[in-house]
Design a binder for this molecule. Structure first.
Ligand code: TYM
Length: 339
């Protein structure tokens, strides 16, 4: 007689990622992160958050900020994440993030934080407000990840250094006490990991770029997308090929490839003998088609604030259950008297 398989089912790997509601998300956020989240959510246990606590490291206008938090939550739904399948939540609704971040601050060295390139960049671009939160930002990010015992963290290439510090902090804590945190691995897609500015293709596309021609917002109207891509900076060679020194064209090729699934070689072949004008129109059309369904669904979700509130409430409850379990474990190990 066959013996029944009594082995418990292996736990699905968990992925966690977050996006700041610090402005309208860009095509960089979409291709570098959000698009992968949807694919990974079907394979793994997913938790995705609107990182509102992170966003206040830079001054936010309260009314706009409130709006942006809701927009980013609506965007998570619009890209196809299912709130029954994945945990979708707003970071500040789960107090364990701030609590664990404080504890981990005490296990992180000043020197390590000083080396973070994002801190160096942001303290230059916001020289009038180099606050302690900006400095400790990667520790809060480590808390976000470690609370959920995430195995994988899908991010764009710009977040790699922050992931490394999260791993260092986790290893340090595990060694000092006993295994407590899963050591997270970054998941950086092969394509779209670094979408560059359309105007300065040596810099990443960013929602905080003061020049709106440098980025495409996921909510830009089709004619705006066409105009911005047509005015993207390229070079004088006039040949669509991927090569060193052709940052502008390389960037457009990689955007086009993400939206169409075509390889660089296929793109080069298809645009042989054609000028940049034709290529730019094709890129713009591909981006417009890629974003069209997202934009349409987004408008529907933004029109139903009660639903958004429900999703956030349910997400916070599910997230808190996991996060509080980790927090309790940490507090016990450090020696706190638990309530
Ligand atoms: P944020 O809000 O700047 O960006 C969200 C995601 O988009 C990716 N991204 C890009 N990818 C490719 N090209 C670009 N030009 C581009 N710009 C942004 C980012 O890499 C990110 O994956 N610190 C994070 C938010 C965060 C987080 C976390 C992420 C907070 N806690 C925990 C992962 C896990 C940030 O500022 O992302």
């Amino acid at each position: 007689m066959d013996t029944p398989n009594t082995q418990p089912e292996a736990r699905k790997k968990r992925i966690l990622s977050c996006i700041q509601p610090s402005g309208i998300p860009t095509l960089g956020n979409y291709l570098g992160a959000l698009k992968n989240w949807k694919t990974l959510a079907d394979e793994f246990d997913g938790a995705f958050a609107v990182a509102d606590l992170h966003a206040i490291t830079v001054r936010q206008d309260p009314a706009k900020f409130r709006q942006q938090i809701q927009q980013v939550l609506a965007l998570l739904l619009a890209i196809g994440l299912d709130p029954e399948q994945s945990i979708l939540f707003i970071q500040s609704h789960v107090p364990a993030h701030s609590q664990l971040a404080w504890i981990l601050n005490c296990y992180t060295q000043f020197g390590e934080m000083s080396r973070m390139t994002q801190f160096k960049d942001k303290s230059q671009s916001h020289a009038d407000n180099v606050n302690v939160g900006l400095f400790a930002y990667p520790v809060l990010m480590a808390a976000d990840i470690l609370l959920y015992q995430a195995d994988l963290v899908p991010v764009g290439a710009d977040q790699k250094q922050h992931l490394e510090i999260a791993r260092d902090i986790a290893n340090r804590f595990n060694t000092l006490y006993s295994p407590t945190f899963t050591i997270p691995e970054p998941y950086i897609g092969k394509q779209g990991a670094r979408v560059m500015s359309l105007q300065s293709p040596d810099k990443k596309m960013s929602k905080s770029d003061p020049n709106p021609k440098g980025y495409i917002s996921v909510f830009d109207a089709p004619e705006v997308i066409m105009k911005k891509i047509k005015s993207a900076v390229t070079d004088s060679e006039g040949c669509v090929r991927y090569a060193d020194g052709k940052d502008g064209i390389n960037n457009l090729m990689s955007i086009y490839s993400c939206c169409t699934g075509l390889s660089d070689a296929q793109i080069e072949h298809d645009f042989q003998g054609k000028g940049y004008g034709d290529f730019k129109v094709a890129v713009a059309e591909a981006v417009i088609e890629e974003l069209r369904p997202v934009r349409e669904k987004f408008d529907r979700y933004m029109g139903d604030k009660a639903y958004l509130k429900d999703v956030a409430a349910q997400g916070a409850e599910r997230a808190s259950r996991i996060a509080n379990r980790t927090l309790q474990k940490v507090m016990k190990k450090v020696g706190f008297v638990l309530p």
